[in-house]
Design a protein around this ligand. Structure first.
Ligand code: KDG
Length: 338
C-alpha cells in the first residue's frame, strides 16, 4: 500500500516511463503512482483518452498522483491487466465489456449483437442509472468501474472474400474476443470463431491462423490490419463499450478528494475519447479503401438476416442473466429513443 510497493517496475515499464517523459523526479515526488495500460496502440483515441486522464489528474493533484500510460499490451492483454488490478499490481486498465463478462457475467448484455441502435443511445443508457448498476457489480471483484468509454461498432474484415450477407460467413475462421457470447453469435452465422487476446491478433492474421477479425474501423486502420486483410464490411454487429477500471484496493487507499479527482477525470477523459473516436470513424473507412481494401456495404436486409440468425443466442444468454436488470436495460434503450 505504500508508494514504494506501488513501484516495482519491470524493464518494459521503465522504458515506457521514459518514453512517456515521466521523469524520475516527478515519480519520486508523487504520493501515488497510477500505472494505466491498454491493449490498443498509442495512435488510438483510447490512448489519447488515457493521456487526457493523466493530464487532468496530475494537474488537479499538483503532481501528488503520478500517471504512467502504457499501450499495445505492454502490461499484458485485457484479462491479464484486469487480474493485475485485482491483485493490486496495476492500477488502471480500460478493457472492452466482452472480457469483463468473464468476471461479472451480467456485463455480457452490452455485447448482445444489435443491442444499441446508435452511440447516442448507448451513451444515455451507459451513463445513466442502469449503467451505474453494472459498474457497482464490479466492486465484489476488487475492481472499481469509474466510467464508460467507447470502443465502438464492430466491423468485419477478412482475407478470403467479400462478405455481403449472412451466407458469406460460412466457413470463415474469425478471431473473436475471449467471450462466449461472441463465439456463439459467430457460430450461429456459420463462421468458425476462435477466441484470442488482442495482443496475438496481428500475427495470427499475418500468418493466416485466422481468416478474419472484427473491430471498429479506427482499430482496423490504426493497427495496420489493412496490411494483412483484403476485405472490410460495415457489419456494425456489436457496439463495444470500454470500461475505465481502477484497482479497488488502490482506489480505497486514496484520500476522498483524490478519489473525486480520479472519478471526474475518468469521466471527462471519456467524453474527450468518445468525441475523438466518433469524429474520425468515417475517415478511417476511407483510409482503409485508400490502402487497397475492398469495402462491402451491408444492406439493411442483410443486417436483419444476421440479427435473426443470432437471435436465439441472444435469447439464451438473456435468460441466464438477472431478469430485472435485462428488462431495465431494454427499457432504458427504448426510453433513450423517445
Ligand atoms: O485496449 C483495449 C483492447 O485491449 C481490446 O479491448 C480491443 O476490441 C478489442 C479487441 O478486439 O480485443
Amino acid at each position: 500500500e505504500s508508494p514504494e510497493a506501488n513501484n516495482n517496475d519491470t524493464e518494459v515499464k521503465e522504458e515506457n516511463a521514459e518514453a512517456n517523459g515521466a521523469n524520475e523526479e516527478a515519480a519520486a515526488d508523487a504520493e501515488f503512482t497510477i500505472r494505466a495500460g491498454i491493449g490498443l496502440n498509442n495512435e488510438h483515441p483510447q490512448y489519447k483518452g488515457l493521456e487526457k486522464f493523466k493530464e487532468i489528474v496530475e494537474e488537479e493533484t499538483d503532481g501528488a498522483i503520478h500517471v504512467e500510460t502504457y499501450h499495445s499490451g505492454q502490461l499484458g492483454d485485457d484479462r491479464t491487466m484486469m487480474e493485475a488490478l485485482q491483485l493490486g499490481s496495476q492500477e488502471v486498465t480500460v478493457p472492452s465489456t466482452a472480457p469483463i463478462a468473464n468476471f461479472v457475467s451480467d456485463f455480457s448484455i452490452f455485447d448482445f449483437p444489435f443491442l444499441f441502435p446508435n452511440s447516442e443511445v448507448a451513451d444515455e443508457v451507459l451513463d445513466g442509472e442502469v449503467g451505474q448498476k453494472f459498474l457497482d457489480k464490479l466492486d465484489d471483484q476488487n475492481l472499481k468501474g469509474l466510467a464508460y468509454w467507447e470502443n465502438g461498432f464492430r466491423d468485419l474484415t477478412n482475407s478470403e472474400k467479400e462478405v455481403a450477407s449472412v451466407d458469406d460467413f460460412e466457413g470463415l475462421t474469425i478471431r473473436t474476443m475471449e467471450n462466449d457470447l461472441h463465439l456463439d453469435a459467430f457460430r450461429a452465422m456459420g463462421a468458425n470463431p476462435t477466441p484470442m487476446a488482442f495482443t496475438e491478433l496481428f500475427t495470427a492474421l499475418q500468418q493466416g491462423t485466422v481468416d478474419g477479425q472484427e473491430n471498429p474501423f479506427a482499430t482496423i486502420y490504426l493497427e495496420g490490419f489493412y496490411e494483412v486483410q483484403d476485405y472490410v464490411s460495415d457489419t456494425h454487429h456489436i457496439y463495444s463499450p470500454f470500461v475505465f477500471l481502477m484497482s479497488k484496493s488502490f482506489y480505497d487507499t486514496l484520500p476522498e478528494d483524490y478519489q473525486e479527482v480520479v472519478d471526474n477525470a475518468a469521466l471527462e477523459a471519456g467524453k474527450y475519447q468518445r468525441e475523438l473516436n466518433r469524429e474520425a470513424n468515417d475517415e478511417y473507412l476511407d483510409s482503409l479503401v485508400e490502402e487497397g481494401m475492398t469495402f462491402t456495404e451491408i444492406s439493411d436486409e442483410a443486417r436483419e438476416e444476421m440479427r435473426l440468425a443470432i437471435e436465439p443466442v441472444v435469447e439464451e444468454y438473456a435468460a441466464e442473466l438477472d431478469q430485472d436488470l435485462v428488462n431495465e436495460v431494454y427499457q432504458a434503450i427504448e426510453d433513450a429513443q423517445k
